[in-house]
Design a protein around this ligand. Structure first.
Ligand code: TLP
Length: 346
């Protein structure tokens, strides 16, 4: 019998909507390296508008946008400051160092994805013949490894103000900035206002198949465009992809509240299953980090065999990310499969 697969590994597994596929089919296109793709030009204008920046650049991925954040805002030999749990540090293959030639210095992230201003302050290098120059602070909102934690506008202003005062620029990894905006009930541009450059992704909760946007000043985007070309990211009739991204920005943001409600439902349900450790009150967006009981060895593999997919984080730690492919009734079904497995094991 067909068992429904409930995939909670990531919101990157979302498939394009029918409206996106139609928009892709009908997209007006041209050679974007010559800036002649009207659909790409449109998404870049739209992205700049929603982030409140002068300009934007369509990129292949969040990884590329974040790398552009480093390449555009620093010089080789500089030091960048990132959170100890930052995606840039953990999951971007060390590109900032390998390709940007920068030193990555970390400051501890608290469980809410924040960096303590005092820690940032003391990490910024003074002027000294021996020292590299601190030129960039990187933030992340929502914060992936910190369980989808949301940074508020006030915090973003405070920490960015400190960096600016000391002569650093600020890059925001806003891969899931719309989740943060929806959770706070404010426009995304308010969260991006205090920073110099921001990345956001189309291919996560917003369900587009490919693409991210890197946003900042016109002058920064001109330099970033050249870096993107060097990285092999100068694409041609890429309006075919951008068309889906326009639907993502215009139509897919508001429904993120459903993913957030489902994440809360999942966390509350897990809290009821003996041995599972989770803090539902900490769930602010679409990510739930939890621990499974010692009695259920190999939890992720075993529950995977029963059609519920999670991301294993090491030890007894697991990540779930709710997304458009998983409804409230699927969360209920996942919880009952988990409860059954736990009962059989323990
Ligand atoms: N994150 C992916 C994996 O890399 C872990 C996921 O499934 O969550 N910034 C943040 C905060 C991200 O979560 C991701 C993707 C990226 C950047 C990179 O985006 P892509 O995958 O488009 O390069």
């Amino acid at each position: 019998m067909g068992m429904k697969i409930i995939d909670l590994r990531s919101d990157t597994v979302t498939l394009p909507t029918d409206e996106m596929r139609r928009a892709m089919y009908e997209a007006e296109v041209g050679d974007d390296v010559h800036r002649e793709d009207p659909t790409v030009n449109r998404i870049e204008e739209l992205a700049a508008e929603v982030m409140g920046k002068e300009a934007a650049l369509f990129t292949t991925s969040g990884t590329m946008s974040n790398l552009l954040g480093v390449l555009t805002n620093t010089r080789p030999g500089d030091e960048i400051i990132v959170g100890s749990e930052a995606h840039i540090l953990w999951y971007e293959v060390g590109g900032a160092s390998a390709l940007g030639g920068v030193i990555i210095r970390t400051v501890p992230n608290d469980e809410d994805g924040r960096l303590a201003p005092a820690d940032v302050e003391k990490t910024i290098r003074a002027e000294n013949i021996h020292f590299p120059k601190s030129t960039l602070l990187c933030l992340e909102n929502t914060h992936n490894r910190c369980g989808g934690a949301v940074l508020t506008r006030k915090y973003t202003e405070e920490i960015s103000g400190l960096a600016h005062q000391r002569g650093l620029l600020v890059h925001l990894d806003g891969a899931r900035i719309f989740n943060a905006a929806v959770a706070l009930g404010i426009p995304a541009k308010e969260l991006a206002a205090p920073v110099d450059t921001v990345n956001f992704c189309l291919s996560k909760g917003l369900s587009a198949p490919v693409g991210s946007l890197f946003c900042g000043t016109k002058e920064m985007m001109e330099r970033a465009r050249k870096w993107r070309k060097m990285l092999g990211g100068g694409m041609r009739q890429v309006g075919v992809i951008a068309a889906a991204g326009i639907v993502a920005i215009e139509k897919m943001v508001d429904r993120l509240v459903e993913d957030h409600a489902n994440a809360r439902q999942l966390a509350e349900g897990l809290a009821q299953i003996p041995g599972f450790s989770v803090r539902p009150e900490k769930v602010q967006s679409n990510i739930v980090n939890f621990e499974f009981p010692a009695s259920v060895s190999d939890f992720v593999t075993k529950i995977g065999e029963r059609g519920v997919k999670f991301l294993y984080r090491g030890g007894r730690s697991v990540r779930a990310v709710t997304n458009r492919m998983v409804g409230s009734e699927d969360v209920e079904e996942a919880l009952s499969r988990i409860a059954r497995l736990a009962k059989e094991a323990g």
